[in-house]
Design a protein around this ligand. Structure first.
Ligand SMILES: CC(C)(COP(=O)(O)OP(=O)(O)OC[C@H]1O[C@@H](n2cnc3c(N)ncnc32)[C@H](O)[C@@H]1OP(=O)(O)O)[C@@H](O)C(=O)NCCC(=O)NCCS
Length: 194
């Protein structure tokens, strides 16, 4: 999931290009205890204004996080890239720090999608936010006529692997020593949309 390959021909945001995507009530919100109420999750496009919040999540989520510059490249220069954010609406307890709860970056390359990055704020994990982001990615992929979605994930990342398996992704290959910090194999997972 952390690979960087930018040599793709040009395309646009295309289908599903509206500013906001479907709002959704978080599946397990009522069971959350000891914190502000999680009412709704609103999925929309990431903009540069979101990057402070995105970077806070990125830096605590990965041992080799993307830099701000990498996100800026995706936002400004990569015509294949789509970046979604999940916001709590209204903000949790009025705290802007936790208002942006997660994000996803994926590339639409003709009839294939590659999920490049996905993370949820540590305080807001296991409440359906990652699932909402994957659902929206699949929905936008279908709108684009995509046939297959790919991603790489660390072999040991059981949380993410279970999330993807829940949506029908299957392991199709291994990529030995794909990751650094620490060095680890990747598993390549794919979801067939046909
Ligand atoms: C992976 C990640 C995005 C999941 O986000 P999330 O919002 O917690 O996921 P959800 O609440 O939608 O959970 C969806 C499913 O994932 C699986 N899952 C998520 N967290 C899990 C955990 N701690 N233990 C076991 N399964 C887990 C479950 O199957 C869950 O479905 P269920 O609750 O119905 O059993 C989040 O844990 C994260 O940001 N991890 C760090 C960054 C990362 O690894 N990104 C993925 C890189 S490939």
């Amino acid at each position: 999931m952390k690979a960087r390959h930018l040599a793709w021909p040009v395309t646009g945001w295309g289908v599903g290009a509206s500013e906001d995507f479907s709002p959704c009530v978080a599946a397990r919100a009522p069971t959350y205890e000891g914190g502000p109420a999680l009412n709704k999750i609103k999925i929309s496009r990431m903009t540069e204004k979101d990057l402070d919040e995105v970077m806070r999540i990125e830096e605590v989520s990965f041992s080799a996080p993307w830099s701000r510059g990498m996100f800026l490249t995706e936002l400004r220069d990569n015509p294949f890239s789509k970046l979604l954010i999940a916001r709590l609406d209204p903000p949790a307890g009025g705290d802007e720090q936790v208002r942006l709860a997660g994000y996803c970056c994926f590339w639409v390359i003709f009839n294939e999608v590659h999920i490049m990055n996905l993370a949820v704020h540590p305080d807001w994990k296991r409440k359906g936010i990652g699932s909402r982001l994957v659902e929206e990615t699949i929905s936008i992929s279908r709108e684009h006529g995509v046939k297959k979605i790919h991603l790489e994930v660390r072999q040991s990342n059981d949380q993410a692997r279970r999330l993807y398996e829940k949506f029908g992704f299957q392991v199709i290959a291994a990529r030995p020593n794909y990751y650094t910090h620490p060095r680890e194999d990747a598993v390549l997972m794919a979801l067939d949309l046909e």
